[in-house]
Design a protein around this ligand. Structure first.
Ligand SMILES: [Zn+2]
Length: 237
């Protein structure tokens, strides 16, 4: 598997890499990458790859994971195996997604801790966030209160730490898997995203270093989606 640089450094915006494989002329696998692939309900990174030998620039329009490898879809053909490239991710887009992602962890932590509500799915874009909640009857006042608690926590500016644990060790603490929708169960080492003294989750995504970077979560609306499912929309401002 190509090395995922964003795992250890979510703030890495540019890096050099070598093209390992090209499929159908425009799906590129690199020896290492900082591009986050679509996953865990979070949108993908975009950006560019510039070939070093001739300066030709290729836009990265989508990043996904296929057969366990991170694949970058570029705008046109031309890249070949062995090409050295300089890569830059669209930082404005990525940083917004990081703020949404960490913000969602805080919200889910509050919902679980204070109301015993479980998040069963999420979808995060640069425009809005959505979580699906296991909630018997719709209670908008409760949701608004949860958002206000979330913002109080963000104000406290708790640090967000990232470290690794063995699966064996992690499985002793089921609270680590609150948000782990479809978390792969075939890996031995889990990456933990830990909002200090508040909430730790097994997670493979990109996060801000401290809560204040998120800004504020703003409740938009909640709709009924099935018998027990309430779908909640919010923005990060
Ligand atoms: Zn997450």
């Amino acid at each position: 598997m190509s090395e995922a640089l964003y795992m250890d450094d979510s703030y890495l915006r540019e890096f050099d890499a070598i093209v390992e494989k090209v499929s159908n002329e425009k799906f590129i696998v690199l020896d290492k990458t900082a591009f986050f692939p679509k996953g865990g309900g979070v949108e993908w990174d975009t950006g560019s790859m510039t070939r070093k030998k001739d300066g030709k620039k290729f836009e990265v329009v989508f990043t996904g994971k296929f057969d366990g490898k991170i694949s970058h879809e570029v705008s046109g053909p031309g890249l070949g195996q062995g090409d050295e490239v300089h890569c830059a991710i669209d930082w404005e887009r990525r940083y917004k997604l990081m703020r949404y992602h960490t913000g969602t962890h805080v919200l889910c932590g509050v919902l679980s801790r204070d109301y015993g509500l479980l998040v069963t799915g999420n979808q995060l874009t640069t425009e809005k966030g959505r979580v699906d909640l296991n909630m018997d009857t719709m209670n908008v006042d409760l949701l608004k209160e949860a958002f206000s608690k979330t913002n109080n926590l963000i104000e406290k500016d708790l640090p967000v730490d990232i470290y690794y644990k063995s699966r064996k060790e992690a499985e002793k603490d089921p609270t680590l898997f609150k948000l782990a929708i479809g978390f792969p169960h075939d890996i031995d080492t889990l990456r933990i995203v830990d909002i200090k003294d508040f909430d730790a989750q097994a997670d493979g995504g990109c996060h801000v270093k401290s809560l204040k970077e998120i800004g504020r979560l703003v409740f938009q609306e909640a709709v009924n989606k099935g018998k027990q499912n309430r779908r909640v929309y919010f923005t990060v401002e």
